[in-house]
Design a protein around this ligand. Structure first.
Ligand code: DSN
Length: 415
């Protein structure tokens, strides 16, 4: 087959791909779940492994010709084991949601009970939201953060566990800016003889680099996605003790998925190798330092932050006090027009809708990959505030957008 590039085969898609690459170069990815994968990870994901069917696991596949697929999956597993220290790792889930699905499917039955954090308090759809299969197949109750402090209400969680008697307690969050005390959640799970699933999708990289405490060895199951703070190929992962290995593997395949996306698993392997280098620890520490600077600077400008600050890679701004007429959606739009790409987010005690909520969530994983330090992050925080405070002023938005473009050229993603 001749090597034909996308541009020759399909100019319309080529235009979109080029546009996306340019968009990523010229804007700041501050959606807290996003990051910029390396060229090596992207190359692995764009490899010929996309052609290969490899149902099963290394050494025990349902198809011939899996020797290189085996190599890649074994490397991904070996490196994940080194990064997070779990006894057993499954790298096949297509996403973090599919990783969670595997745990529920393996360990509980439809109608069983899940206790998890409310989505508007920082939880995730796949933890029991009504719009998700988890909210429809299982009986769900949800704990919350303390309305005064914005920190997890561990006592409340324990009391709910004792009255609800769940089969599984879910911890790990999508919009919670603080360190999680995994042991306290485990104590609640132990008290009612429930499984504990810790979904570290957002903080996989911080946990791997030891800048956030790890639930591995505490919770029964640890799930995550592999493209956020860990910056590897897109997808999910499940980790557990050896005693659950067989049940989890069967729940991933054939239970919930068909052929593994071997090209993505190659991207995971390459990204995990990168994360095992000493520079990754520096990177993860810088992500947290930048988030702290972002939080302090926005706070100094008078913005209200859920929990008052951050311990991890994200900051959640509640706009209601400082800018009662500005919704999260309008703030998201104004910032996007100024080349800062983040997302509107619900906040604890949400009084608007999930579609146009009262907050914005801002993450530092992407800008840290670009090389931003605290000084550069403080400038970005100032610029974000400028836009929030002048969201109706197109000349301010234009000027901020110009400065963000300059910063993007100073800190390129891909040379
Ligand atoms: N979509 C991700 C997030 O933004 O948190 C979670 O799946």
């Amino acid at each position: 087959m001749d090597k034909e590039h996308v541009r020759e085969v399909d100019p319309a898609v080529a235009d979109a791909l080029a546009g996306e690459r340019e968009r990523q170069e010229e804007t700041l990815a501050m959606i807290a779940s996003e990051n910029y994968a390396s060229e090596a990870v992207i190359e692995a994901q764009g490899s010929a492994l996309t052609n290969k069917y490899a149902e099963g696991y290394p050494g025990a596949r349902y198809y011939a010709g899996c020797e290189y697929a085996d190599d890649v999956e074994e490397l991904a597993i070996e490196r994940a084991t080194e990064l997070w220290g779990a006894e057993h790792v499954n790298v096949q889930p297509h996403s973090g949601t599919q990783a969670n699905q595997a745990v529920y499917y393996a360990m509980i039955e439809p109608g069983d009970k899940i206790l998890s954090l409310d989505l508007t308090h920082g939880g995730h759809l796949s933890h029991g939201h009504q719009a998700n299969f988890t909210g429809q197949l299982y009986e769900v109750e949800q704990y919350q953060v303390d309305p005064e402090t914005g920190y997890l209400d561990y006592e409340g969680l324990r009391e709910m566990a004792e009255s609800f008697d769940p089969d599984i307690i879910v911890s790990g969050y999508s919009a919670y800016p603080r360190e999680v005390e995994w042991e306290r959640i485990q104590e609640a799970a132990d008290a009612v003889d429930a499984y504990h699933l810790a979904d570290i999708a957002h903080i996989t990289g911080l946990v791997a680099a030891d800048v956030h405490s790890s639930p591995v060895g505490i919770a029964d199951f640890v799930t995550g996605s592999t493209h956020k703070t860990i910056r590897a190929g897109r997808g999910g992962i499940v980790m557990c003790d050896e005693e659950y290995a067989d049940a989890i593997d069967k729940a991933v395949f054939p239970g919930g998925q068909g052929g593994p996306l071997m090209h993505n698993i190659a991207g995971k392997a390459v990204g995990f190798k990168e994360a095992l280098q000493p520079e990754f620890e520096e990177y993860a520490q810088q992500v947290v330092d930048n988030a702290e600077t972002l939080a302090e600077t926005l706070s100094d400008h008078g913005l209200e932050l859920v929990s008052g600050g951050t311990d991890n890679h994200l900051v959640l701004v509640d706009l209601r006090e400082s800018h009662p007429d500005l919704t999260g959606g309008d703030a998201e739009d104004a910032l996007a027009a100024a080349n800062v790409v983040l997302n509107a987010n619900t906040v604890p005690g949400e009084t608007r809708s999930a579609f146009n909520p009262s907050g914005i969530r801002i993450g530092t994983a992407g800008i840290t990959t670009r090389g931003f330090d605290e000084e550069a992050t403080a400038e970005v925080a100032d610029l974000i505030y400028e836009v929030v405070d002048n969201h109706d002023d197109s000349s301010v938005i234009y000027e901020v957008g110009e400065r963000i473009e300059e910063l993007c050229s100073e800190y390129p993603v891909y040379e």
